[in-house]
Design a protein around this ligand. Structure first.
Ligand SMILES: Nc1nc2c(ncn2[C@@H]2O[C@H](COP(=O)(O)OP(=O)(O)OP(=O)(O)O)[C@@H](O)[C@H]2O)c(=O)[nH]1
Length: 381
């Protein structure tokens, strides 16, 4: 089946207009999220650029069909990146940078006014560079859902390569005795360009929603200071793990860990230093345990670890090792060493028959015991 170029342009323009309107509707209901407005503008700018560029064959107004069209085509990916950065807390692409790129594109385009083919080569190279930047930018976005991030990265990269390919083909065309010879190749590149642009714009709202969902999930499940599970997630995940262990009649252990004399540490070194110690301790706990263990910060200076499939001796050895490691770890604040120890309460349930709340309560009681015995140690319930 042969692809009909005008039909494709009409389809791409219509899809971009539709996605643009969809973005505007989303923006209406989420006015604080300006990226949707920016992406809507990007869609409209692309649609306008495609319409104006497609007039090249029917009207002889180069200032419009080359100069304005090329500027609109360059502006589209810039707006897309601008929207992506607005969605991040990193802030938008500075308006200065945007103006700079457009001005540096407009100037050579003006100089190339009488050489429209050269102008097209130049525009393609600029677009390729912007898409390459967009691909690199996608990689730098942390905390983004990997699937949509990966697809967008791929689309930007392919688009950059395509634009370099277009520039090369157009350049070759300049010296070609028969410019019509590369026409099919140019059409194929143009068609791919339309597909890529439309696909990318359609992915933006998906990316934005997936990202928001990921952030909300993290806010709901993770402790901001230590990045460990929070109390809610600890209960939720440990309950599931406990239920699974109960079915399999396997043992289950809960450790309640509390920093000793943390009030004194805060009073002496300051609250910020206390926070830094908690972060370092959290890292140590996560590092000292297995992937399947659930490590959480369940209170100010209180941590909990749920451990499946571990016998009583191993639980004792782990608690001993944790106390040792924490007391030997160097917690340093402003060049000063902060002495830090922990006390641990352990509950061992042989076939996981007891409820989680019961286990936590028992481990808490054992923790109280460990504190009473002089701290920097552990006790069994
Ligand atoms: N820096 C910092 N301090 C916190 C945080 N959450 C709780 N704290 C402090 O932790 C201290 C806990 O003190 P206490 O409950 O009296 O216990 P303690 O001083 O550790 O004494 P023992 O537990 O009996 O060894 C309080 O001073 C809280 O202000 C936090 O997120 N950061």
């Amino acid at each position: 089946m042969e692809l009909h170029l005008p039909t494709l342009i009409v389809t791409a323009v219509s899809l971009n207009l539709l996605v643009g309107v969809l973005m505007l509707i989303i923006f209406q209901s989420r006015r604080s999220q300006k990226s949707f407005l920016t992406w809507a503008i990007a869609c409209f700018v692309f649609a306008l650029g495609a319409i104006v560029a497609s007039l090249r064959t029917s009207i002889d107004q180069q200032w419009l069909t080359i100069f304005v069209a090329d500027l609109l085509i360059v502006l589209t990916p810039l707006l897309a990146i601008h929207g992506l950065r607005q969605y991040q807390v990193q802030g938008p692409v500075s308006l200065k940078l945007l103006t700079l790129v457009i001005s540096y594109t407009a100037l050579p385009l003006t100089l190339l006014y009488t050489a429209p083919n050269h102008a097209q080569v130049f525009t393609s190279v600029v677009c390729a560079a912007i898409f390459l930047f967009a691909a690199a930018y996608m990689l730098s976005i942390k905390n983004a859902p990997s699937l949509t991030k990966g697809i967008l990265f791929f689309l930007f990269l392919v688009h950059a390569l395509l634009m370099f390919g277009l520039a090369g083909t157009l350049f070759q065309n300049l010296s070609e005795a028969n410019p019509m010879a590369v026409e099919p190749l140019l059409n194929l590149i143009l068609i791919t360009h339309l597909f890529l642009t439309t696909g990318t714009t359609m992915l933006f709202p998906v990316f934005a929603f997936a990202m928001t969902e990921k952030q909300l999930l993290e806010l709901a499940n993770f402790d901001d200071l230590t990045q460990l599970y929070n109390r809610r997630a600890f209960y939720e995940r440990s309950s599931l793990l406990l239920a699974k262990n109960r079915v399999l009649r396997r043992p289950f252990v809960v450790l309640m860990i509390d920093v000793d004399h943390f009030k004194t540490i805060n009073d002496r070194y300051g609250h910020t230093a206390g926070d830094a110690c908690l972060q370092q301790l959290a890292y140590l706990l996560r590092y000292a345990t297995r992937d399947q263990d659930i490590v959480a910060r369940v209170g100010g200076e209180e941590f909990a670890i749920a451990i499946p499939d571990i016998d009583r001796n191993q639980a004792e050895l782990l608690s001993y090792r944790l106390c040792e490691q924490v007391s030997q770890e160097i917690f340093e604040v402003n060049g000063e060493r902060v002495p830090l120890t922990v006390s641990i309460g352990i509950i061992y349930s042989q076939s996981s028959r007891r409820e989680l709340e019961e286990l936590i309560e028992a481990a808490d009681g054992a923790l109280y015991e460990a504190k009473a015995q002089g701290r920097n140690g552990f006790a069994f319930a």
